[in-house]
Design a protein around this ligand. Structure first.
Ligand code: AMP
Ligand code: GLY
Length: 420
């Protein structure tokens, strides 16, 4: 089988890594890919939003399956477009991807089907949003842009002034463009956050092993929000009991809700959960693997990822056994100085091979270059290691990271530390 993966980050490198282990896969392509994916897959110089280009390439090269990995092309309907053009695609269709591309759609779905989540109201004009916050007078309060905003569309406001500022900058000043035309204002929840990714073909849903992301830029969860600075798997707070509650009250009800709305969801659902004292609640859904959660979760996958994708596309996930390694995993993200704000690129990266000799997988995220590997993004590498215990996985990931360097590199030193 010839498989094309759309995307060019650490998550896509991890997907390619697992696909490359499949006996069914003969050739891999990645659009656009990065310096690291080139070892596994031929790079295709197409943008992730270029659905015409992706379809054209797939038809000309007899691609058997396109894996649409990032949020934007999913929200834009790339899967629908490819299928219409006669190419098999893995990922949710445009309608199904709304669980991520519209927070209002997701919240209304949860409310209608009694899926536990933070209480909320939606707004289409800033005046009523501001007076609602004033009337409620409870802080912190959470202000969320309806649409996709690179993970930056969520503001936790600690007083009226900052809530008002968030509302006005989203709705009036268009800080996130059209994504902030409508907003959600919701109750602030507290508790540990856990990510559970699940495979589903719309009939059967199989949760993957749990994981935890670290969204803030600096140690001790300080600094600005990022796409994710590191992850580990499994999450110690995600006990079997919590898992059962989630399956009963969140995962299956979400699948049933989608079905009742006439939506066939095929792909990966990302459940962003908060384990509150009143039980697990949904913070967000995503229509894809998380990044960097995927790097940890896929490193622990023992089964053939192509076979799973194939079963989902053909809607025969039922009865398929998905096996996981007992080992735990940790991924440390090495980032460009300045990220998630402004940063420079083009710096040479040293020490990747030495890091891999320690027994880590170095998944490339923002890398490029022709002969030598250089930085090309904010999150540059995801150094991922397995270990018998979480502690061993963490130690190995850090030991490997210590071999790598590039100008202005920084990374969090406390990934998973709370739990060892
Ligand atoms: P999201 O993009 O929806 O995942 O939000 C980004 C981050 O904001 C989450 O990972 C949480 O840490 C935080 N967050 C979002 N919604 C809430 C909420 N209702 N209460 C507390 N924190 C939240
Ligand atoms: N790591 C969070 C996300 O992928 O949305």
């Amino acid at each position: 089988m010839k498989v094309l993966v759309v995307g060019g980050g650490g998550r896509e490198h991890a997907i390619l890594y697992k696909l490359s282990q499949s006996e069914k896969v003969t050739k891999l392509y990645c659009a656009p890919g990065n310096f690291g994916t080139r070892k596994l897959a031929e790079s295709v110089p197409l943008k992730v939003m270029d659905k015409e280009g992706i379809l054209d390439f797939s038809l000309k090269n007899n691609i058997d399956m396109v894996v649409v990995s990032p949020d934007d092309p999913l929200a834009d309907g790339m899967v629908d477009y490819l299928e219409k053009g006669g190419i098999r695609a893995f990922g949710p269709c445009k309608d199904a991807a709304r669980i991520e591309s519209s927070k209002i759609f997701a919240k209304n779905l949860m409310k209608k089907y009694n899926i536990p989540t933070a209480r909320y109201e939606t707004f289409e004009d800033s005046e009523s949003a501001v007076s609602f916050v004033k009337e409620m007078d409870t802080y912190p309060v959470v202000v969320k842009a309806d649409g996709l905003a690179l993970g930056k569309g969520v503001i936790i406001a600690h007083d009226f002034e900052s809530a008002e500022y968030a509302i006005v900058s989203m709705m009036e000043n268009k800080k996130f463009g059209a994504s902030g035309t409508k907003i959600v204002i919701e109750e602030y929840l507290t508790g540990p956050e856990v990510t559970v990714l699940a495979f589903t073909d719309g009939k059967t849903l199989v949760p993957m092993v749990s994981s935890q992301d670290h969204k803030r830029a600096y140690d001790n969860d300080e600094g600005p929000n990022t796409g994710g600075m590191g992850a580990f798997s499994p999450s110690p707070v995600y006990s079997e009991e919590v898992a059962e509650i989630c399956m009963r009250d969140i995962f299956m009800p979400t699948l049933e809700a989608l079905n009742k709305e006439g939506i066939v969801y095929k792909g990966v659902i990302y459940f962003g959960l908060m384990i509150t004292k009143d039980g697990p609640k949904v913070i967000e859904y995503n229509a894809r693997f998380g990044d960097p959660e995927a790097q940890c979760v896929l490193a622990r996958l023992d089964s053939d990822l192509y076979e799973i994708f194939d079963a989902i596309v053909e809607r025969r996930l039922d009865g398929m056994e998905i096996k996981w390694k007992k080992e735990k995993a940790c991924c440390v993200v090495l980032a460009s100085g300045g990220y998630p704000g402004k940063y420079e690129t083009g710096y040479e990266i040293f020490g990747v091979e030495q890091a891999e000799r320690v027994g880590a997988y170095v998944f490339h995220a923002g890398t490029g270059g022709i002969d030598k590997c250089v930085t090309a993004g904010g999150r540059v590498l995801g150094v991922t290691a397995l270990g018998k215990t979480l502690e061993e996985a963490i130690l190995r990931a850090y030991k490997a990271s210590a071999h790598i360097s590039f100008k202005d590199m920084y990374y969090r030193k406390d990934i998973g530390r709370k739990f060892v």
